[in-house]
Ligand binder design. Structure first.
Ligand SMILES: [Zn+2]
Length: 406
C-alpha cells in the first residue's frame, strides 16, 4: 500500500477507536470519513488484493451480508461492515479495522453501488430487490434499476447473483455475462407492475412473471427456497436451520449460499455457520423481561413491514413509529402497507408518530391501544411473547431501553 494510504488507514482506525471510546457509536462513519479525507483513494487501496462480494437492495441486505460473511468464513478471515454503515465511509472503516483479510463481504446502500463497484473491483455483486423506500430521500425504483444496470454494464467481468423474482432486479442485471439467479420471492409487488424495458404491464401467475409487450420475463432460478430449505443448482435440497425467523430469512440464506458458492464454498460447509447467526445489530434479538419474551423486528419501508408481519408470531404486537432524520420525515408510506395481518391479535402502538399509525390502523379496522412508553407496553401484555415491530430510530430507542441488545 502507498505511504499515504498507510497513514490514512492508521488515522482512520484511531479516529474510530476514539469515537467508540467517547461513546459515540461504533465510530465507523467518522473513521472512514477521516481516512478518505487524507487519501481519497483509500477504499481502492484497502480493497486491493481481497476477493470481495457486495450485497445491495432495498431490504434484507444487512442480514444477507451477515449470512454471506458467515458462509465465506469457511475459507478464511472475512472483513465486513456488520453494523450497517453501508456507504463508502463505512466500507473504508470496516476494511481498515479488519486488517489484511483475504475476503470481504460488504453491504452497500443502493445509491452507492456504482461507486463502490468502481472502487473495490468486487468478484461478486448480489442484487436482492428494489422497492420504494424513504419518500423524501430515496430515488424512484426505476431510476435505481437504471443506475444499477449502467454500473454493471461497465464491469462485465463481475459475477452477478440476482433475484429472479423481482422484475426490476432482473432488468438491472440482464446485461451481465455471468449471472446466477436465485429465487427468494417477492412479497411487495407494487413497484414492479410496469416493465422497465417497454412500459407494458407485467403479469404474474404461480410464482412466474412476464412482460406482456417485450421478451423480459422471469429467468430460471438456479437457487431456490423449497419448504424450510434451499435447492442448489445441482437439484440437491438442503435443510436450512436458522435462528432467524420467517421464510424471508430462508430466502436470505439462499442468497448467501449462492454468493459463497461463487467463491467455491459448498452449501454443506456453509450451512452450519449460517445457523450460528442469532441476531444482527439487535434485529430478531429476543430478550426476557418481567416474564415477557420480547422479540425485536426492524421494518423501515412498506416491503419490510410485510416481511415483519410474516415473521411475527400470532402474539401481542407493539408497533412503534418515529419520523426523525434517519427514518425519513414523511409517514404517508403507512398507507401503502396493508395492516390486516394484525387482525385477531392485541396491538399496541407507541413512538413519536403513534397517532399517524392510529389513523392508519383505524382505516384498516384494527383495534389498538396507545402506550406512552416501552415499559407501559410490557406491563400491558400478559406473560409470554411480545413481538415488537419498529422503524429505524424507534427500534434504536427500544434497543437502548433494553440496554443495547445485540
Ligand atoms: Zn417489457
Amino acid at each position: 500500500m502507498p505511504l499515504r494510504a498507510k497513514v490514512a488507514t492508521s488515522v482512520s482506525k484511531t479516529a474510530a477507536a476514539l469515537s467508540r471510546a467517547a461513546g459515540r457509536g461504533d465510530g465507523s462513519v467518522i473513521g472512514g470519513w477521516i481516512g478518505l479525507k487524507i487519501d481519497p483513494e483509500l477504499l481502492t487501496h484497502l480493497a486491493a488484493g481481497r476477493a470481495i462480494a457486495l450485497v445491495s437492495g432495498t431490504n434484507g441486505k444487512t442480514t444477507t451480508t451477515r449470512l454471506a460473511a458467515a458462509a465465506l468464513g469457511v475459507l478464511g478471515p472475512v472483513a465486513t461492515n456488520s453494523f450497517g454503515a453501508n456507504m463508502p465511509t463505512g466500507h473504508t472503516s470496516a476494511l481498515a479495522k479488519a486488517g489484511a483479510t483475504p475476503f470481504a463481504v460488504l453491504e452497500v446502500d443502493e445509491h452507492y453501488l456504482a461507486r463502490v463497484i468502481d472502487e473495490t473491483n468486487p468478484r461478486v455483486v448480489a442484487l436482492l430487490n428494489l422497492s420504494r423506500d424513504q419518500l423524501d430521500r430515496a430515488k424512484e425504483v426505476a431510476m435505481m434499476a437504471q443506475m444499477w444496470r449502467t454500473a454493471l454494464a461497465g464491469h462485465p467481468d463481475v459475477s452477478v447473483v440476482a433475484n429472479a423474482d423481482d422484475p426490476m432486479v432482473v432488468w438491472a442485471a440482464q446485461g451481465s455475462s455471468h449471472i446466477t439467479w436465485f429465487s427468494a420471492g417477492q412479497r411487495w409487488l407494487d413497484d414492479s407492475f410496469v416493465c422497465p424495458e417497454s412500459g407494458h404491464p407485467i403479469e404474474r401467475a404461480n410464482g412466474d412473471w412476464w412482460c406482456t409487450g417485450c421478451p423480459l420475463r422471469r429467468p430460471q432460478a438456479q437457487w431456490r427456497v423449497e419448504d424450510d430449505g434451499v435447492v442448489d443448482p445441482r437439484g440437491d435440497w438442503h435443510l436450512v436451520k436458522l435462528q432467524l425467523p420467517g421464510t424471508v430469512n430462508i430466502g436470505n440464506a439462499a442468497t448467501a449460499l449462492a454468493v459463497a458458492a461463487e467463491f467455491g464454498v459448498r452449501p454443506i460447509e456453509a450451512l452450519p455457520r449460517l445457523s450460528t447467526v442469532a441476531s444482527i445489530a439487535g434485529r430478531y434479538a429476543q430478550v426476557d423481561r418481567d416474564g415477557r419474551n420480547i422479540r425485536l423486528l426492524l421494518a423501515k419501508n412498506p416491503a419490510s413491514w410485510l416481511e415483519a408481519f410474516d415473521m411475527a408470531e400470532q402474539a401481542p404486537t407493539l408497533l412503534s413509529i418515529n419520523a426523525r432524520d434517519p427514518d425519513g420525515f414523511d409517514t404517508s408510506w403507512l398507507y401503502d402497507v396493508d395492516f390486516s395481518p394484525l387482525h385477531n391479535r392485541p396491538v399496541l402502538i407507541t413512538g413519536d408518530r403513534a397517532f399517524d399509525l392510529a389513523v392508519r390502523l383505524e382505516v384498516n379496522g384494527i383495534p389498538f391501544r396507545h402506550v406512552l412508553s416501552f415499559e407501559e407496553a410490557i406491563r400491558s401484555v400478559p406473560m409470554g411473547r411480545l413481538e415488537v415491530i419498529a422503524n429505524y430510530t424507534a427500534f434504536q430507542d427500544i434497543r437502548a431501553e433494553l440496554d443495547r441488545v445485540n
